[in-house]
Design a protein around this ligand. Structure first.
Ligand SMILES: Nc1ncnc2c1ncn2[C@@H]1O[C@H](COP(=O)(O)OP(=O)(O)OP(=O)(O)O)[C@@H](O)[C@H]1O
Ligand code: SF4
Ligand SMILES: [Mg+2]
Length: 357
């Protein structure tokens, strides 16, 4: 089934025609405690009018600097926080319109894997209780059937099923993340948001967990939103990648196209900081001027303009919309880089007088 709601970006599906998740103009504002006597209270615009689709069976990576709104987007997608505005469709169900009761039964379709495998597991529960809690809440299995299911889940994530009565502190960091993954799989979800699932782990363990997620995705037909800091990790696991800056989605494309031909200046800067194994492909590092502006009072027009080496007056006046510049490649910039053009080349062209108009 191909669900299309409203007029949104056309995206070239990577492996499937079926849209599983459709996000429309999602917004999350956090009101702050009122400091001024007069005037409205200040709000943090953590996620500000973001629209995109996630195709069934794909892994969509999401990157961006700390505080740009990645976790807030993930949480609001699953309604672990209530969005301020916008809609999220799971197939043709408007997830944002479900009542609390409806949401509870729908929850089993969508799950979250957290960054901190220790903090997200109740230390007083055995592994069997941690994983089995979901089965009990949703009345899916009791007694021997419940134990059997828990043991199957432990085996699925590469843990010894006989350790069902051990406590989380008796496992290593990587093993604890496997428990977190087993818990998220207990209800046979279709869609999982993995919020920096390997950031808290030793580098040596990270690739094991990534490979586990890749295998589970294939075996179980999962669809993933994979949030990460490390661009290399995202490249390894993602079919497509989205780049966020200050509450906005600024670029969205197939992984190889994004890494080989970034079109947004911010993506080009991010990529220039990635250590590359291949010296021939190494990009000249570009250092951004200034700090990330506050999401309470973001810049007018393009939010990146206060740091962008290509910014013009137009960028301060007009917010660039996310538009498809070539099949499957979307960018929100008035002057996107051409395929094969580097940011350094564009800067030097502009310096020589070929200024953006
Ligand atoms: N509950 C909250 N109340 C107020 N502001 C919040 C709240 N949660 C997040 N924020 C703010 O929203 C913005 C986005 O935060 P978020 O945690 O989504 O960023 P992130 O991209 O996940 O960052 P990181 O990479 O550090 O995890 C930040 O400015 C943050 O301070
Ligand atoms: S719209 Fe302007 S400021 Fe924003 S990224 Fe593009 S060139 Fe830079
Ligand atoms: Mg986060």
């Amino acid at each position: 089934m191909n669900v299309v709601h409203g007029t949104d970006h056309t995206q070239t599906p990577p492996s499937s025609e079926e849209v599983l998740i459709q996000v429309e103009h999602l917004q999350k504002y956090f009101p702050l405690k009122k400091k001024k006597i007069f005037g409205p209270p200040e709000v943090v615009k953590a996620v500000d009018d973001i629209s995109f689709k996630i195709y069934k069976g794909e892994t969509l990576g999401l990157v961006g600097e700390s505080g740009c709104g990645k976790s807030t987007l993930g949480r609001n997608l699953l309604r672990l926080q209530e969005p301020t505005g916008g809609k999220v469709f799971l197939r043709d169900v408007n997830f944002t319109d479900l009542s609390k009761k409806e949401l509870r039964s729908y929850r089993k379709h969508v799950q979250m894997i957290y960054q901190d495998p220790f903090g997200s597991l109740n230390p007083r529960f055995t592994v069997g209780q941690v994983i089995g809690e979901m089965l009990t809440i949703h009345k899916l299995a009791t007694g021997d059937a419940r134990t059997k299911k828990i043991k199957e889940l432990l085996a699925l994530v590469g843990l010894d099923p006989d350790r069902i009565d051990n406590y989380p502190h008796e496992f290593s960091g990587g093993q604890r993340q496997r428990i977190g993954i087993a818990r998220s799989l207990a209800l046979d979800p279709e869609f999982i948001v993995a919020d920096e699932p390997v950031s808290a782990l030793d580098v040596s363990v990270q690739s094991q967990i990534i490979n586990l997620l890749i295998r589970l995705k294939k075996e179980l037909g999962l669809t993933l939103l994979f949030i990460a800091h490390g661009l290399n990790v995202v490249r390894h696991i993602s079919d497509r990648v989205g780049v966020m800056y200050l509450g906005k989605l600024v670029e969205l494309s197939g992984t190889d196209d994004l890494f080989d031909h970034p079109a947004h200046p911010y993506t080009a800067v991010l990529l220039s900081t990635v250590p590359d194994a291949d010296p021939a492909a190494r990009r000249e590092r570009i250092v951004l001027k200034g700090e990330v502006p506050s999401p309470i009072n973001p810049p007018s027009g393009c939010r990146f303009r206060t740091r962008c080496p290509l910014a013009t007056e137009k960028c301060a006046e007009l917010l660039p919309e996310l538009e498809e510049i070539r099949p499957g490649h979307h960018v929100a910039c008035h002057y996107p880089l051409e395929e094969g053009e580097s940011l350094k080349e564009r800067i030097s062209k502009n310096d020589k007088g070929a200024v953006n108009l």
